[in-house]
Ligand binder design. Structure first.
Ligand code: CTP
Ligand code: ZN
Length: 152
């Protein structure tokens, strides 16, 4: 490996590498996956060059393997994220993320009148469009789309 090809963030022995995160959403991904509660080694790089995204972020989480349901939550803010499962320094599996059918918590309802914005109730939505993400609130039935989506 010459200098030009050196990894910006060191390789890991075991764990999960999440690549192709839009740089501006790195901290949302960290928050959705609650990485602040994890005690194994985590390294990340951001504002890295990406042909497709312009500027991307990458997170490497040692010794942690996420359930699909958990990892799919990040599709809301990182729809093109690529997951690499690493075992003994080798990539043993590659996965993409998929927007889930239902979103519990994570997103704030766009409707200011909604009960979830006034009482301590966990938000709950049914996804009505997975491509340009929009979701219908279980409580007020109003639609929150990606443009108005605010991560709690
Ligand atoms: N990686 C890592 N530690 C390892 C092996 C791989 O951190 N022991 C990281 C690489 O740095 C890369 C990602 O996992 O960001 C995927 O590795 P690999 O498939 O070897 O790289 P690419 O072929 O560039 O993957 P792709 O084009 O699918 O993104
Ligand atoms: Zn609502």
């Amino acid at each position: 490996m010459n200098d030009k090809k050196q990894l910006k963030v060191s390789a890991i022995k075991e764990g999960t590498v999440i690549d192709h995160i839009p740089a501006q959403n790195l901290f949302k991904v960290i928050s959705i996956l609650r990485l602040d509660k994890i005690h194994t080694q985590i390294t990340f790089g951001t504002n890295l060059e990406s042909k497709r995204l312009g500027s991307k972020a990458i997170i490497k989480i040692s010794e942690i393997f996420f359930h699909d349901a958990e990892i799919n939550k990040i599709a809301l803010v990182a729809p093109d994220a690529k997951l690499n499962i690493i075992k003994d320094y080798e990539v043993v599996e590659k996965k993409v993320v998929e927007v889930p059918d239902e979103i519990v918590g994570i997103v704030k309802c766009f409707n200011p009148q909604c009960i979830t914005n006034h009482e301590k109730i966990t938000t709950r939505f049914t996804v009505v469009n997975k491509k340009e993400v929009s979701m219908k609130c279980h409580y007020c039935e109003k639609i929150t789309d990606s443009e108005h989506m605010e991560i709690i």
